[in-house]
Design a protein around this ligand. Sequence first.
Ligand SMILES: Nc1ncnc2c1ncn2[C@@H]1O[C@H](COP(=O)(O)OP(=O)(O)O)[C@@H](O)[C@H]1O
Ligand SMILES: [Mg+2]
Length: 472
Amino acid sequence: MARSSLQLNSEWIPKVEESLAIKQLTQRSLAERLEISRSSVSKFVNCKPVALNAFIRLCQELDLDWKIASQPEREWNDHIESFKFKQEEFKANPGGQVPPDEVIGREELIANLWERLRQQSLIFSGERRIGKSSILKKMTAEAPVDMLPIYRDLEGLRTPIEFVEAVWQDTETYLRESGKAKRVREYLSELTGSYFDGYQFPESAVHWKILLTKTIEDLVTLQDKQIVLIWDEMPHMLGNFSDRDAMEVLDTLRSLRQTYPDVRMIFSGSIGLHHIIKNLQKAGYSNDPTNDMYPIDGQPLDLDAATKLTLYLLEGEEIPATNLLQTAEDIALAVDCIPFYIHHLINQFKASEDEITAEKISDTINECLRSPLNLWKMDHYRERIDNYYNEVQKPYALEILDILSINPPTSFSRLWQYLKSEPETKDKEMARTVLRLLIKDYYLLQEDNLLGNMYTFRYQLVQRYWQISRGW
Ligand SMILES: Nc1ncnc2c1ncn2[C@@H]1O[C@H](COP(=O)(O)OP(=O)(O)O)[C@@H](O)[C@H]1O
Ligand SMILES: [Mg+2]
């Protein structure tokens, strides 16, 4: 029987990468050039079946002999089957709390995080919306028996004493059963001169360091598990503190980790801790308060998990599509596999009667990005430059993002040609520094291909937002 689809033999992946590099093509530009869907190109490079006609054209474009580069069809169908159980319960819920068993595609990462936590504390960073909090809450709900994770969102706390009070209240909740949490109570009773049995600190409780230490001591001594203090939006909270308070809190937490080596902490959040520490250094801080913590970079979902989530949501919301799996993959790819935007797009499609097509996906994304209601809160990408880049760095950041938003992956030397012709961006070392910062802040990626180091936007969604908001 004649085959209707073909897939790349994985031995040819290096050759495909080489051809892409020589021709200065990305997956996106290749799809545009051949007028085929991005998902076909993605399937092609991931060795999944692609329609025969598209496979041949892709091979021709990349100077491959399609008969040699193809391999017998694998059982991709099995894979589809595993997605196919009906998920009536899946509902679009952008930004809402997702029940732990509806957090898709994070099993391996979570297993790695637990493994790593047995050794040391973690800094778990990552772009906003990629699903960090969902991961941390799932970990809290489904911890190994010997671990006691305590999750707390710190956004909005404004002083160290508020922070310590929150930690203590969480501790009380966990220790209530043992009924023995007493160090903090005893200390507060001494401090106030009468027995303290409240659930909030008295006004006079200013000695936050002592209170924090006693809280941790109670936690460590009153139960047998390994404590994992999960603090979400930690950089956000530190940014609310005075410089002095932020320094003291960071130093105190570090020294607590040393004194109680069985206590683990996870600092998470979307604002890079590097900005906070850099600011503190300007105010004279010279410590490295997190050099004992292991940094982990959270990523969006992988394509399979993102497709699966989209498929469940399409089914759960009963949204019509001729080829559900293909539509799910197209949606997932169009939003860089970031789960928040998947939920959001499905939410948009819910209201419409029409069939979802590639064109409709792209139009809806553009509408959301253009929306004056700032639906996807993308203005944050522009505002972050104002808030966290200094006056010298700002023009570099804007110029670099402007250039890259309308160009294919670009080398440093080409970027520099543009930058040096502008009045405010004439320092080559500063250009390099700002490029590094933009990578750390998830705007950009540095790709290493045969032509050398190339810089490009990390997420096409952000690139598209940048083009629109800057009027390109
Ligand atoms: N693994 C996942 N599976 C399903 N939905 C998810 C997943 N991760 C995140 N989401 C959705 O995306 C939204 C944003 O995720 P969240 O965990 O708050 O991201 P972050 O903390 O990185 O900003 C959630 O409210 C939820 O709707
Ligand atoms: Mg979060």
